[in-house]
Design a binder for this molecule. Sequence first.
Ligand code: FES
Length: 105
Amino acid sequence: MAEENWVSVAKRSAINPGDVLGVRLGEREIALYNLDGEIYATDNLCTHAFALLSQGWLDGETIECPLHGGRFEVKTGKGLGPPINDDLKTYPVRVIGDDVQIRFE
Ligand code: FES
């Protein structure tokens, strides 16, 4: 995979375990999660309507949307039932020093 596809999006030290952080990259809204020290990334926009998941609630490995309570698995982006019809896009993550980088296809 080409090195240039990795983009620094946040500082690792800015995301504590159990936290979710929303970042904007141009047009993209990305949510970063710290699950027991591992960082994961998904789209931040809920697939149901217009809400930022980073403003919702992280419960274990599940993020709950603040608008209608839709839930997704953070690691896979899988939607966990109504009102969610579409899964969430996830992104590969790596941590280099204190930089969290994600890879766009
Ligand atoms: S906008 Fe997220 S559940 Fe409706």
